[in-house]
Design a protein around this ligand. Structure first.
Ligand SMILES: [Fe+2]
Length: 391
């Protein structure tokens, strides 16, 4: 029997090289007054951005722009909302990585309600957002978070009492996701690696999730095939347009999968450690992926009802390993974990020490880490072991 499931909204998706040329035309569906949200490497200074400005000017679009440097904080969003609430744009367009897209998504939702965003964040605030927003178009310039297809915006305040939590509502799925792989060509190798591993983690966690279903599994497998074919190639040669296209597809697909199937323990760490320490989201996911899967497999093998998830690990192994020979599923899964460790090294993902995490802080992080929809619950010593091994 088919397992029960639900499947949420999707944005209108426009995918392909050169699609950015259609942006001003798509914006016109909503009006002429645009707030453009970009990251610190502003899109507006790239050749595609200069061309977009020319078209926008010719078509009489009224453009204001806001640069978001770093992952968005609650105060950043509150400031932007107060600056634009009295002269509200017709549409918000975010072009950049996950930070710019999450900021744009959050501003489009918060500009319609009174109050600080912190009060509406999951696990931090006490208010339910009514789901109102102004139109929002997401245009990714990195291949990673999949925010162009998700219903949440991650907002953080870093420090002792910090948090990294979501503003979430079904209505916050972007109205349009315009995915043009050519926009990712200039993304440097370290960001390509970290954001690519974020995308890989999202696809694998959604596939293994206790909330996964036939639709999310089918999509996750296609996204994972693209990761296998493209991640290392895009890292080694950023100008490889085929690899960039594969990763842009994988990232978009990862967003759809995570929005509908949830995530696992790696993203639990991204929320807990990410709220306490200044560490980019992709980097924490990438650096913890191999060890977290290793511990998850170990605990699944000790459980009576872990076989369904172990079967899925064997599927992943067959997908990623080039030589599957006459090995049994357990051997293949062990080799897949080994593959993940080698990938972590090949992509030169740094350990947690670089972000200031020390042995003495591991328990504090572990105690506030949720396993989310991981196929097996890991206890505090397991979580500490994962962190310890990636210090
Ligand atoms: Fe992520």
């Amino acid at each position: 029997m088919i397992k029960s499931f639900g499947f949420g909204k999707l944005p209108l998706i426009f995918f392909g090289a050169g699609k950015v040329e259609q942006l001003s035309q798509l914006i016109r569906r909503y009006g002429e007054k645009i707030l453009l949200v970009t990251g610190k490497f502003s899109f507006l200074n790239t050749p595609a951005g200069i061309r977009f400005r020319e078209i926008a000017e010719k078509e009489g679009l009224n453009l204001s722009s806001l640069v978001i440097s770093g992952e968005p904080s609650d105060l950043m969003i509150d400031d932007a909302v107060s600056a634009y609430r009295n002269d509200m744009p017709d549409v918000i367009v975010a072009i950049g990585g996950g930070s710019a897209m999450d900021a744009g998504k959050a501003i489009s939702a918060m500009i319609t309600v009174e109050g600080n965003i912190k009060n509406f964040l999951e696990g931090v605030g006490y208010l339910d957002h009514p789901g109102t927003k102004i139109p929002f178009i997401a245009v990714p310039a990195t291949s990673g978070t999949g925010s162009e297809a998700t219903k949440n915006a991650v907002i953080s305040r870093i420090g002792e009492d910090g948090f990294k939590k979501s503003l979430r509502h079904d209505n916050f799925v972007p109205d349009i996701a315009l995915v043009d792989p050519e926009l990712t060509i200039t993304c440097p190798p370290d960001i390509t690696a970290a954001s690519g591993m974020d995308c890989f983690t999202q696809l694998a966690e959604a596939y293994l999730s206790t909330k996964s279903n036939l639709y999310t599994d089918a999509l996750a497998i296609e996204g994972l095939k693209a990761v296998k074919a493209s991640l290392v190639k895009a890292y080694l040669d950023g100008s490889d347009t085929e690899a960039r296209s594969g990763m842009a597809f994988a990232a978009l697909t990862s967003g759809i999968c995570l929005a509908n199937a949830g995530l696992g323990v790696v993203h639990g760490f991204a929320s807990s450690a990410g709220g306490l320490y200044e560490i980019p989201h992709g980097l924490i996911c990438g650096t913890l992926m191999a060890v977290s899967n290793e511990l998850t497999v170990k605990r699944l093998r000790e459980k009576k009802d872990g076989q369904t998830a172990l079967d899925k690990y064997a599927v992943l192994a067959k997908l990623f390993l080039s030589d599957t020979g006459a090995k049994d599923d357990n051997e293949l899964t062990d080799e897949f974990i080994e593959y993940l460790h080698k990938l972590t090294a090949e992509l030169r993902l740094p350990g947690l020490k670089e972000a200031g995490i020390t042995e003495s802080s591991l328990e504090k992080i572990a105690l506030i880490t949720e396993c989310k929809n991981n196929p097996v619950e890991l206890d505090t010593p397991d979580l500490m072991e994962i962190l310890h091994r990636r210090l």
